[in-house]
Design a protein around this ligand. Structure first.
Ligand SMILES: Cc1cc2nc3c(=O)[nH]c(=O)nc-3n(C[C@H](O)[C@H](O)[C@H](O)COP(=O)(O)OP(=O)(O)OC[C@H]3O[C@@H](n4cnc5c(N)ncnc54)[C@H](O)[C@@H]3O)c2cc1C
Ligand code: FES
Length: 379
């Protein structure tokens, strides 16, 4: 559904100068951001409107060019990591054409050369993020950023790559985004888009709106004390501070005018009057609402669940507290699937003992079957 109404949309998108050079437009213009117009229609930018964006190679000092292989070195459907001296790129050949993009997945840094290449896309070998090989754009999650794309040319049967040194170092590209242009009409208790939930889903929605050129107010709210963070890390790196696992730094939210209200619990939504009512009585009117409140842990229903020192892990505070209390103690983990196993692995060296309790005969039976489960038990 559309997030904009004909009345409230603004005419232009403001792109910070420094951000323009980050983005390489897709050659066909299809993936380029939209400008919303007063009549509610939208159109794509044209390259000539943002000449800097069309040429990220304007300063020769910031650029490296190197011959990386012979045209016959790669068959169709093959990928190869190539070194340009100040960083690596991933060279890909598909349907007779060469493409070059970043070689590391911007999510957790997996080597994309080990991923799957198919029909113009690479799928990351670790968690399945998907990238377009022509544009480097991320097309499937997890992860937020895209890959840098590099220029490829063929001369005398040799393949050359021309790349920005900075992009070779960072191996990631944040898509170009709009900012809010209606902050002068600031009204604390009213927003165009309200997103309840500041997890990955809420954040991706806010970012996608800005990438599409949406330039009105966006407010996200969360019961958490923190800006959006990478929740899956809580069971893998349990004593992380919230700042170490944020999905985006504070400045990002400031730059793109994405407001995050922390420790705000929505108690009710009055759909008729388009108003969210918070637990402390504060009310916020919205034009469009997204509910991205995630899930809640399945609590124990057995007797004794209310005794002290029984925890679910959902926030950094929960995870930090479990590590602190478990150190040198006997720990019992209920559930021997992925999260239970991860927590057990993390606590194994810290706790006095770790026991896993599982309904099934072997762990992971539902996902991988009995044989794998038995093998895991021997580890
Ligand atoms: C310990 C742990 C480890 C995990 N590991 C993995 C993994 O390895 N791989 C994987 O794929 N998934 C993993 N997950 C699952 C993954 O974290 C979730 O699928 C993901 O966080 C869902 O994102 P979300 O944005 O939908 O919701 P959430 O991340 O749950 O965010 C929900 C947001 O809504 C807010 N909210 C809820 N109710 C209200 C309200 N009434 N008012 C205001 N705000 C509200 C919350 O405060 C929060 O900000 C793990 C989860 C946990 C807890
Ligand atoms: S490292 Fe690529 S999807 Fe996670």
């Amino acid at each position: 559904f559309l997030f904009v109404s004909a009345v409230e949309v603004k005419i232009e998108v403001v792109i910070p100068e420094k951000e323009r050079s980050k983005e390489e437009m897709s050659p066909n213009g299809k993936a380029s951001p939209l400008i919303y117009k007063v009549n509610g229609t939208a159109r794509h930018y044209h390259l000539e409107e943002h000449p800097i964006a069309s040429n990220p190679y304007h300063n020769p000092k910031d650029v490296v060019e190197a011959s990386v292989c012979h045209v016959k070195d790669l068959e169709n459907g093959q990928m190869r990591e190539v070194d340009l001296g100040c960083g690596k790129a991933l060279l890909i050949k598909e349907s007779g054409e060469f493409h070059a993009v970043g070689h590391k997945c911007p999510h957790y840094g997996a080597p994309l050369v080990k991923g799957v290449l198919s029909k113009g896309r690479i799928r990351c070998p670790w968690h399945g993020a998907c990238f377009n090989i022509s544009t480097g754009d991320i097309e499937d999650f997890p992860g937020l950023d895209s890959l840098p794309r590099f220029q490829v040319k063929i001369e005398k049967e040799k393949v050359y790559i021309r790349a920005s040194k900075q992009a070779l170092q960072t191996q990631r590209r944040t898509k170009m985004m709009a900012k809010c242009i209606s902050l002068s009409n600031y009204n604390l208790s009213s927003t165009n888009v309200l997103i309840i939930g500041a997890g990955a889903a809420g954040l991706v929605c806010a970012e996608t709106l800005r990438q599409e050129g949406f330039s009105d107010r966006i407010v996200m709210c969360t019961m958490d004390r923190h800006l959006p963070y990478d929740r899956p890390k809580l069971s893998k790196s349990m004593d992380s501070h919230p700042e170490q696992i944020t999905l985006r730094p504070k400045e990002f939210f400031r730059t793109y005018d994405i407001e995050v209200l922390t420790e705000m619990h929505v108690a009710a939504v009055d759909i008729k009057n388009k108003t969210a009512v918070f637990k402390d009585g504060f009310k916020m009117e919205y034009n469009k609402l997204l509910i991205a409140t995630g899930n809640t842990p399945k609590a124990l229903s057995c007797k004794g669940k209310e005794v002290e020192n029984v925890f679910n892990i959902r926030t950094p505070e929960d995870a930090n507290r479990v590590v602190k209390l478990a150190t040198s103690k006997n720990v019992v983990i209920v559930g021997a699937s992925f999260l239970g196993m991860e927590v057990a692995a993390y606590l194994a060296e810290r706790a006095h003992s770790v026991s896993l309790v599982e309904l099934e005969e072997v762990p992971f039976k539902k996902f991988f079957g009995e044989r794998v489960g038995r093998a895991v038990m021997k580890v």
